[in-house]
Design a protein around this ligand. Structure first.
Ligand code: SF4
Length: 259
């Protein structure tokens, strides 16, 4: 898929996927840190690399991590079939599903494939929750549950493809208002993203190092945002401070701080 709001520019044309060796490297490094207890598998859509995704879950469970598997459920063509896809992961207790269902992933808030996946998860006693992104001009309101799975409704962030596909139509505010980062704790981040190229992101697109060049645990242990030319102004005064520090060209109005 190529959802309009995707902040990692997910697409059938996008390249790059972890190898099992790279997955084991990052998981072992995360274990070394001693502070990491939760691993989330996200994409793109990693069910496209199904055996590698299942292996990643198994490796993470073996190391004692709680594991979250995100998906758009394209594979859940019926509840019975969905059971077959989920079965290998259902054996482990601490594996939970976060499934995308909203007006960016489909025509309705309730997407049939997601309903199938939740029915299968219920049959397999797997924990499943729904991730939905707010849709400014939605005519119908977002449901609170799908097949018993709680729906979490999150802000639309104008990052990635949302800046080119959605920001145009969005209500705007004067650029000077964006004096803080609304979504990430850049001083003391509790979560980072690692991509198949090895980049370690504190926010999608903000890299603090490359885990294929320096051990992941070392990148985290040496994290000092005040010495980072991008993070220092973002922490001090949001995107406005970033613009002022480098005298960057900018428009007068933006949809949000991320934009
Ligand atoms: S303001 Fe920047 S750093 Fe903060 S969440 Fe948005 S894109 Fe990320």
């Amino acid at each position: 898929m190529e959802c309009d709001h995707c902040f990692v520019w997910g697409s059938p044309k996008a390249g790059g996927v972890f190898t099992i060796e790279q997955i084991k490297n990052v998981l072992a490094e995360a274990k070394n840190l001693g502070t990491v207890d939760f691993v989330s598998l996200e994409g793109g859509e990693h069910f496209l690399y199904y055996p590698i995704m299942v292996r990643a879950v198994e490796e993470a469970v073996k190391l004692g991590f709680r594991v979250e598997v995100l998906s758009n459920c394209y594979w859940a063509t019926s509840p019975e079939d969905a059971v077959e896809w989920l079965l290998p992961m259902a054996k482990a207790e601490n594996v939970e599903l976060s499934l995308s269902s909203d007006l960016y992933h489909g025509e309705n808030w309730r997407i049939e494939e997601v309903e199938n996946a939740v029915k299968a998860a219920n049959d397999l006693n797997m924990k499943a929750e729904i991730l939905s992104i707010k849709y400014p001009k939605a005519k119908v309101s977002c449901p609170s549950e799908i097949e018993g799975a709680k729906v979490g409704l999150y802000e639309l962030m104008y990052k990635g493809r949302a800046t080119s596909k959605l920001a145009q139509e969005a209500d705007k505010k004067p650029w000077r208002e964006f004096t803080e980062c609304p979504y990430e704790d850049l001083v003391d981040p509790e979560r980072v993203h690692v991509d198949p190229l090895g980049y370690v992101h504190v926010c999608q697109g903000l890299s603090i190092g490359n885990a294929w060049q320096k051990p992941f645990s070392k990148i985290i242990e040496e994290y000092n945002p005040c010495e980072n030319p991008i993070l220092e102004p973002l922490i001090r005064g949001g995107p406005v401070a970033l613009v002022e520090k480098f005298g960057l060209p900018h428009d007068e109005f933006y949809a949000d701080a991320c934009h």
